[in-house]
Design a protein around this ligand. Structure first.
Ligand code: SF4
Length: 468
């Protein structure tokens, strides 16, 4: 064979490196996953340090003041260490003084600023500053299916974003001005992504959006197609199909950000059979109708205690997580007491509470009756004391039960135990099941696998169990 006829691979050229920081909520995390998937598909590598990168992307959060500060500090650090920084995410959409861009006003030397959900714009800016690596082999490979991308969560769970934006106008929130009105993803795309995630090893799918119960409203519940079958872009059909796709994998489907609308009742029978986890994350924010009206909350006219009672009648195992705001402008002591009463009566399993804090640009800032910070903080503390009592009593009732647990981590094959979660615990925000060494010495535990565990104690927000 002559020297000329030998096909040689091209000399290896180091791939350009991109530093990436993802801040904010799970919805921002899914935006980060899309950008990282595109970068990887185009041959870019990632850098663990700002200094070692050719360019840094910061996906920001702009929801509350602490998040804004964290985002601005991170951009500042990236600029100091690297100099080439692209900013994306919610804070990127925030208007600054005189109508200019807030991030640009704070950090004029950033290369570009985009709002959330702007993968194409971010990639265009990356290409302009760090040209796309040319790899004759990679370039011949078709682009990966959008449904199988890079995940920033552990292998065994994933967030599935079903829509962008929000049609509501809660007075304390600026998300609609950052993310726009509701845009539901086509149901066929959502279901294909779910199937691909389960096939890749995901055992828990967390459905997220700004308002999961509103899925499909913007497209009038249009009929889409999945696997050749018609499916409506609508919450119940979404849940039915997700349950069907999850079943062969024995996987969990968990719903977040669901508002207490009457049509949600139809999903409860699926929870009662375990097809969808009997867990609902319902951000009530308050109980008193006047406060809810001042907040302009969705479903504020609903009788939430009655709705919860009906849900629990259909599905007694239902676990409800919620978030609340204490000390909203004009909240009277009587209105706050109403909230504490609701918490006790509704028996919310997992309740989080924020002391009201004005978000720049929110309508609520102009409402009369802003309470002093000490009052807001004191009410939050009173709320949390009641919430913890309710939650502890509910956890105590689990002692003696056997629960299915998804193992999150188990060093040394779990012989010395590990950490997992039951259906009652979403990752990051709820409690955990602390697993002791398995009863049988031969039993192993691996992250991402299910085990059954006998609950022997409750401790704070957590349960303690022995794998069986
Ligand atoms: S429902 Fe209200 S709080 Fe939630 S994103 Fe929409 S406007 Fe904001």
């Amino acid at each position: 064979m002559s020297e000329d006829s030998i096909v040689r691979p091209p000399a290896a050229i180091a791939a350009p490196k991109i530093g990436f920081v993802s801040l904010g909520c799970p919805k921002a995390l899914t935006d980060s996953e899309l950008i990282l998937t595109r970068l990887s598909a185009e041959g870019y590598a990632t850098s663990k340090t700002f200094a070692g990168a050719d360019l840094v992307i910061v996906n920001t959060c702009g929801f509350i003041d602490d998040a804004v500060k964290e985002s601005l500090d991170t951009i500042g650090e990236a600029l100091a260490a690297n100099g080439k920084v692209i900013v994306t995410g919610c804070l990127g959409a925030k208007a600054g003084e005189g109508g200019g861009n807030f991030v640009r006003q704070m950090h004029p030397s950033v290369l570009a600023v985009t709002g959330p959900h702007a993968t194409d714009e971010v990639m265009d800016t990356v290409h302009a500053h760090v040209p796309k690596p040319h790899d004759p082999f990679v370039d011949l490979v078709p682009a990966p299916r959008a449904s199988i991308g890079i995940k920033l969560t552990p292998k065994h769970y994933a967030y599935l974003k079903i829509s962008e934006g929000c049609n509501h106008r809660c007075t304390f929130c600026i998300i609609p001005s950052l993310r726009g009105d509701l845009v539901s993803r086509p149901i066929g795309d959502v279901l294909s992504e779910a199937a691909a995630l389960f096939e890749s090893g995901v055992r828990e799918l967390l459905v997220i959006s700004q308002d999961t119960s509103a899925y499909g409203v913007d497209v009038r519940y249009r009929t889409g197609f999945w696997n050749g079958r018609p499916v409506k872009t609508q919450l119940l059909e979404l849940c039915e199909r997700l349950a069907e796709i999850a079943k062969p994998f024995g996987a969990w489907v968990r719903l977040h950000y669901v508002y207490p609308y009457p049509h949600v009742d139809a999903v409860l029978p699926l929870m009662a059979t375990g097809a969808i986890l009997p867990y609902l994350d319902v951000p009530f924010q308050h109980s008193h109708p006047d406060v809810l009206r001042r907040m302009k909350r969705p479903a504020s006219g609903e009788k939430n205690l009655e709705r919860l009672a009906r849900w629990r009648e259909i599905c007694p195992e239902l676990v409800v997580r919620s978030t609340f705001i204490a000390g909203f402008p004009g909240e009277s002591e009587a209105e706050f007491e109403d909230l504490l009463g609701f918490l006790r009566e509704a028996k919310i399993d997992r309740a989080g509470c924020f002391a009201y804090s004005p978000v720049e640009g929110a309508v609520a800032n102009a409402l009369p009756g802003m309470l002093p910070a000490e009052v807001r903080e004191a009410r939050k503390a009173r709320f949390m004391a009641v919430a913890e009592g309710v939650s502890a009593a509910k956890l105590e009732r689990r002692v003696g039960a056997t629960m299915q647990v998804l193992v999150d981590s188990a060093p040394a094959l779990g012989r010395r135990g590990g950490v997992g979660r039951s259906y009652a615990d979403a990752p990051e925000i709820d409690g955990r099941v602390r697993l002791l060494p398995p009863e049988k010495a031969s039993r192993t535990l691996r992250a991402g696998e299910f085990t059954r565990a006998k609950i022997i104690a409750a401790d704070g927000h957590d349960l303690i169990g022995v794998p069986i």
